[in-house]
Ligand binder design. Structure first.
Ligand code: ARG
Length: 580
């Protein structure tokens, strides 16, 4: 917990510069600091003796007031149990909002560009783009919550040879009919039709190639048709993102085409820096340390032998633009793991060219695949790609059916807006299933599991929040944290104490989630909080307990729990309905 860390860390650092308390939650106490073992090794002293010395110093510096038990155990661990008074004191200071709930204040406010979403124009979004959008959005929200200045960028694929064929197909359909088809139908049909014709009709293919040249030379009529295509795609993306509750809008679109005018300069600068190598007519950079399986140096191709600029050239231009024009200190790429090598090489070349570092850095936040229930790549029964819009519809339908079944079971009608709640639960379930697994791992898309009211799922956490809301409805008071927090008494029951402690760990969970670009850590925390609340509510009376001070104190704890649950879900981009 950051509070204990603040007392302990300077003492460790004083004994051995750079040493850390290595504080972690413990079974036997609340927290355990293992760092004394390492300090003892570095100093060549007996670990228990060192631990004792650290503990004595810490007690003098405020640990005494925080803990009701602090002792050296085992080979030299320091076990700490927080005092009830300290818990109550911390609860009393909670306020709504990130900082009020204990979000860490950053030493330096960074300008962060988050590159996420990244669908390709005139194509249907696939589950990879779904993951990027969901994870990227959660990272954007968390980075902002801890105080960074975040710029969203949706690097859509809206440029390149494909557009010759697409524009030509649009011409053939006639502009009006084409535009209509694009607005109404799904993009995939349009794309597939163009592709099929390109592959079977030689004269069409010829025209398509000529179109690419026209597009690249900036022919106004061609550019207009291309714009039409891109706009129609962005309108589709907008609709999907909005339904998904992802913040990306058309204002965040900075597609590949945006960088097109800068590519010439990128290549010129690389050449001037002496980094360009001609390899079979292609222009490449060989960043040191990148080799293929045989150990031969691997090139990053920026311009192919036909003179066309590559995906990599565009990414280099984007880095240059982000650090130089936007002033980014940090660029975060939320893109699937298959592009790991690509980003490593692009970052390396950008550093060689001086577009990245030493005061700016870039990270690739990669993610694994979405698998179907059968453990293979997620596809429709027919083997096609799963359409996002259909997936979202199914989520809402299933959530709705589930809610109806539950109300029949409990006999309690769901007052409130059924459609809205079903959307919050259905979409929330999809997002949470994605966010709650370590992003680098593949996960199985399993409707029953993600929509279950038991276990580490969105509905379980949303339900805990809705229960808090229902307590306040019955109490006839608002769950106003600002007004209530000061009523918290030192917790006496174990479940009450545990819940209070978990509520107070929100800031730590957010911090480690942000540091590792790992939304699953925040998910794990929220699950623990919801479970803690369930245990508390089973054991401790809230509304019908005397004296009035105890009732008020427990209500304050409920208010704090509800606030953290709703705020935490919000950071994941998941709604917290008041009734379920
Ligand atoms: N459009 C790309 C794709 O579908 C993703 C773009 C990721 N962002 C980037 N700056 N390369 O694979």
């Amino acid at each position: 917990m950051s509070l204990l860390d603040a007392v302990l860390a300077p003492i460790f650092d004083d004994l051995v510069p750079g040493a850390s308390p290595a504080l972690r939650p413990s079974q036997r106490a609340d927290f355990q600091a293992d760092g004394a073992l390492q300090v003892a090794r570095a100093l060549g002293r007996a670990p228990r003796e060192v631990a004792q010395e650290i503990l004595s110093r810490a007690m003098e510096r405020g640990l005494e007031q925080m803990c009701d038990r602090a002792e050296v155990a085992g080979p030299g661990f320091i076990n700490l149990r927080l005092s009830a008074g300290m818990l109550a004191g911390r609860l009393a200071r909670l306020r709504p909002g990130a900082e009020g709930l204990g979000a860490p204040v950053q030493r330096r406010r960074l300008k962060v560009v988050v590159d996420y979403g990244g669908p390709n124009a005139a194509k249907q979004m696939h589950v990879g783009h779904l993951r990027s959008s969901i994870i990227g959005d959660a990272l954007v929200r968390a980075l902002r919550a801890v105080g960074h200045d975040v710029v969203r960028e949706n690097h859509i694929g809206d440029w390149g040879a494909n557009f010759g064929m697409l524009v030509e197909h649009l011409c053939d359909l006639g502009e009006d009919r084409g535009a209509e088809e694009l607005a109404m139908g799904d993009l995939e049909t349009f794309y597939q039709a163009a592709r099929a014709q390109y592959e079977t009709d030689a004269s069409f293919a010829e025209r398509a190639r000529a179109r690419v040249v026209l597009l690249q030379s900036g022919d106004p009529a061609t550019l207009r048709l291309w714009r039409l295509l891109v706009d129609a795609s962005v309108a589709h993306f907008d609709r999907d993102f909005q339904r998904l509750g992802v913040e990306l809008t058309r204002e965040d679109v900075v597609g590949e085409s945006f960088y097109n005018p800068m590519l010439e300069d990128v290549v010129t600068e690389l050449a001037a820096a002496g980094l360009l190598v001609d390899s079979d007519g292609a222009r490449c950079v060989f960043p040191p340390g990148h080799t293929n399986r045989e150990g031969a140096p691997l090139p990053l191709i920026v311009q192919n032998s036909a003179g066309g600029f590559t995906y990599a050239a565009t990414d280099l231009a984007a880095i240059k633009d982000r650090t130089q024009r936007i002033g980014a200190d940090l660029i975060v790429y939320v893109v699937g793991l298959p592009q790991t090598e690509h980003f490593k090489m692009v970052f390396a070349v950008a550093r060689m060219a001086g577009w990245l570092g030493p005061s700016s850095e870039a990270v690739h936040v990669g993610f694994g695949n979405v698998l179907g229930p059968d453990g293979k790549m997620f596809r429709t029964r027919q083997g096609g790609t799963v359409k996002l819009s259909e997936l979202l519809q199914e989520a809402e339908d299933r959530a709705r059916a589930l809610m109806i079944a539950r109300t029949e079971q409990t006999g309690q009608p769901l007052d409130g807006d059924m459609a809205r709640t079903a959307a919050a639960v259905g979409i929330g379930a999809i997002k949470y299933a994605d966010l709650s697994t370590d992003r680098t791992r593949d996960y199985r898309f399993d409707w029953d599991r993600m929509l279950s009211f038991d276990g580490n799922t969105a509905p379980y956490i949303q339900y805990a929040h809705a229960r808090v809301c229902s307590i306040f409805r019955r109490a006839g008071t608002a769950a106003d944290l600002t007004a209530m927090a000061g009523r918290a008494l030192p917790p006496e029951e174990d479940e009450e104490r545990e819940l209070a402690k978990t509520v107070l760990c929100f800031g730590d969970a957010l911090q480690s989630s942000v540091e590792s670009y790992g939304p699953h850590k925040l998910c794990a925390y929220l699950f623990e909080l919801a479970s803690g609340f369930t245990r508390f509510y089973e054991k401790c009376r809230v509304l019908d307990v005397a004296p009035a001070e105890l009732r008020a104190s427990r209500l304050a704890l409920c208010a704090a729990t509800g606030e953290v649950l709703a705020y935490g879900l919000g950071l994941l981009g998941i709604e917290a309905p008041e009734r379920m």
